[in-house]
Design a binder for this molecule. Structure first.
Ligand SMILES: Cc1cc2nc3c(=O)[nH]c(=O)nc-3n(C[C@H](O)[C@H](O)[C@H](O)COP(=O)(O)O)c2cc1C
Length: 415
């Protein structure tokens, strides 16, 4: 049966087709060529090895693609397999921007086709055959030469999002970033114990372990609090979360604000003002206000984020819930405010010997606090936290200097 004879099923649901196919991941390549001395190329997920004898690979361009007819006319094409860290290059080349090749590094191959710098592998060949298949072609490329130029893991595409490959083999490796975070957080141990006892609450030290998240590195419980804050739990640095962790680092603020989607100017202004308030008062509070149910929803989303590698679809759902919880954060406390229910008070530990106050990567947080308090009580907690943070900062310059050096040398915050 030829492809043209495949029967059209009645009541066929295209959404179901997309949804089901979305459960199958692909790698990502760019097929490129020089046309009239101009580089052209299209990003495809539909790349596959076809035959060894003779050597053939294939990809499937849309029949409506404006780039494909140009590739078809070229003598040679080069297929570059994107590496896990080339998401930006992939995004640029998947656009219709005529100057997109100016935004990525590339070199001309011996056959005169553009090879993307930093790609895992390059496959050089000629388009030799094409089969029309519904709204796509199946295009065969006869391979002339090929090489792995950078033996790193490839970029993957799954459910509309990019990711990387990780093994599920038996050799579980120890997470170095977590170890360095726990060592750093232990510098705050005496202060956490003291604060938790004094205010009958939970106290935790949170350490930034990548540009995108922090982890709970140390905890202490006072009084009868039944708090359950687990070491190693990841907390994303996505607005509104993590204000105190980023507010005193301009680079981190830019990255943090960059995670707001869409980049709505009113929302950006809201967050810039919230950060200014946090810097002015020296601490960040999250206030449960009159909607504890909404706050529970946020906590569920955070538990999901912390618990496992999320699929892109769940990741989007969790990020949406986080983004919708901004009313709880960056709050100003009015002088006359009473009956306040706080989820947390967070203050930064400033980098030792930095001159200007600068985030060190470490913050300390009080949680499970008594409810229905007045603004003066909140300020008392915040002042005690700030004094404790200043002591921790001195510890980072003194007894814990080695751990702090190791932590900064690991470059986790700019990862
Ligand atoms: C991850 C990813 C996979 C893609 N896979 C294909 C594909 O297999 N076939 C295709 O025709 N377009 C694919 N596209 C779309 C093209 O890269 C690109 O957007 C399109 O070719 C641009 O339109 P143009 O060819 O008219 O310039 C993919 C895009 C992305 C981001």
């Amino acid at each position: 049966m030829s492809i043209a004879e495949v029967d059209q099923r009645p009541h066929f649901d295209p959404r179901a087709f997309r949804d089901v196919m979305g459960h199958y991941p692909t790698g990502v390549v760019v097929v490129s060529a020089m046309v009239n001395e101009t580089p052209v190329g299209m990003v495809v997920g539909t790349f596959s090895s076809v035959s060894l004898e003779p050597p053939l690979v294939a990809f499937m361009p849309m029949t409506t693609s404006s780039t494909y007819p140009k590739l078809r006319e070229a003598d040679h094409v080069c297929i570059s397999v994107f590496a896990h860290d080339q998401m930006q290059a992939c995004r640029s080349l998947a656009s219709k921007d005529p100057e997109k090749f100016d935004k990525v590094g590339w070199t001309l191959s011996a056959w005169g086709a553009p090879m993307i710098d930093g790609a895992v592998a390059h496959i050089h060949g000629r388009i030799t055959e094409e089969v029309e298949a519904g709204d796509h072609y199946i295009t065969l490329v006869s391979v002339d030469d090929l090489a792995v130029d950078r033996g790193v893991t490839p970029l993957l595409f799954f459910q509309g999002g990019y990711g990387g490959f990780s093994t599920t083999g038996l050799s579980a490796h120890v997470d170095e970033s977590l170890i360095s975070a726990v060592r750093l957080a232990e510098a705050a141990r005496p202060q956490l114990d003291e604060l938790a006892q004094r205010f009958s609450c939970s106290a935790a030290a949170l350490v930034q372990i990548s540009s995108l998240d922090q982890t709970i590195g140390a905890t202490s419980y006072g009084g009868s609090t039944d708090a359950d804050e687990r070491i190693g739990v990841r907390i994303p640095l996505i607005p509104p979360l993590g204000e105190a962790a980023v507010a005193w680092s301009p680079d981190q603020v830019t990255a943090w604000l960059g995670r707001i989607f869409p980049q709505d100017e009113a929302v950006l202004t809201y967050y810039r003002e919230a950060l200014t308030r946090v810097r002015e008062q020296g601490y960040a509070v999250s206030r449960i206000n009159h909607d504890p149910a909404g706050y529970d929803e946020l906590n569920e989303a955070l538990a999901e984020w912390a618990g496992a590698e999320l699929t892109p679809a769940r990741d989007r759902a969790v990020r949406t819930t986080i983004a919708q919880s901004r009313q709880y954060f960056g709050c100003a406390l009015d002088e006359v405010d009473t009956n306040i229910d706080l989820a947390s008070v967070v203050v930064p530990v400033f980098a030792p010997e930095a001159g200007e106050p600068t985030n060190s990567g470490l913050v300390i947080r009080l949680g499970n606090l008594p409810s229905g308090v007045d603004a003066a009580t909140v300020r008392e907690w915040a002042t005690a936290l700030q004094e404790a943070a200043a002591e921790v900062s001195r510890t980072l310059a003194g007894p814990a200097a080695k751990d702090y050096r190791r932590y900064t040398a690991a470059g986790l915050r700019s990862a």
